[in-house]
Ligand binder design. Structure first.
Ligand code: BTN
Length: 237
């Protein structure tokens, strides 16, 4: 596993997508600052220079049965395990976030390229570490290691720790280990809570029951049981 450290780049995901042909499987790219950091649903990912973990990992060796949605859940498990050394009350919010209580500390953005000539997946991870104030619109619902513990962390050291856990977790998943599902089940945010989600562009409400072994979220909507593949959920109360 090679870790390439960049100072300022557009985005670690972007860098890997541009260079993946010449990079090895499991190459990790980190940045101090991203000029075009991106989140899911075309959102912007803001991060003050040098304060946080901004990294992406390239996966080139996987088989046709590899499910990219599961890869993203497995990444959430790795981040949860990594942060558990420092924090309690950590949850995996299906499908892509890690929370402390109900505050977001980590976002995951998975992008892929799959055609006849090439196949690759890049998993981008943003974890708030030493930044303590965020944009007004998200400040109350966002946290960082420092906001929780009032300690400054060495980002390079944390990147090494996380990278080891991440590669091990991904490797195990690609080799058929399914223990991550039980791990998610024990740490799933919002179980038995009322949530809002969109289905075929319609806003719906339901209660989270469980996570299926294939990674879909199991939700009860009135008398129907639904299996959500992707999208975003919002806890109502
Ligand atoms: C989200 O919660 O919306 C996902 C955020 C993902 C942010 C990370 S930071 C490193 C990598 N590079 C990017 O441009 N985005 C991801």
């Amino acid at each position: 596993m090679l870790i390439i450290k960049k100072d300022v780049i557009t985005s670690t995901n972007e860098y890997i997508k541009e260079h993946y042909e010449t990079l090895d499987n499991y190459t990790i790219v980190t940045a101090n600052y991203q000029t075009n950091g991106r989140g899911r649903m075309t959102r912007v990912w803001h991060s003050c220079a040098g304060d946080n973990i901004l990294m992406s990992i390239l996966i080139k060796e996987f088989n046709d049965r590899t499910d990219v949605n599961l890869l993203s859940l497995v990444t959430g498990v790795a981040v949860h395990k990594f942060l558990s050394k420092y924090l309690n009350k950590l949850y995996i919010k299906w499908p892509n976030d890690v929370l402390v209580d109900n505050k977001k500390i980590c976002g995951i953005l998975l992008e892929g390229k799959m055609n006849n000539n090439s196949k690759m997946v890049v998993i981008g991870i943003g974890i708030n570490i030493n930044q303590t104030s965020f944009n007004d619109d998200i400040n109350l619902l966002t946290t960082s290691l420092k906001k929780e513990l009032n300690i400054n962390f060495d980002i390079d050291l944390l990147i090494k720790e996380l990278s080891n856990i991440l590669v091990k977790e991904i490797d195990e998943y690609l080799n058929g280990n399914t223990s991550y599902i039980e791990y998610i089940r024990s740490n799933l945010f919002g179980i038995n809570k009322l949530i809002e989600f969109t289905r075929n562009d319609v806003l719906c409400e339901g209660i989270i029951l469980d996570i299926h072994t294939d990674g879909r979220l199991i939700v009860k909507e009135k008398d129907k049981i639904l299996y959500l593949n992707s999208g975003e959920i919002k806890i109502k109360r």
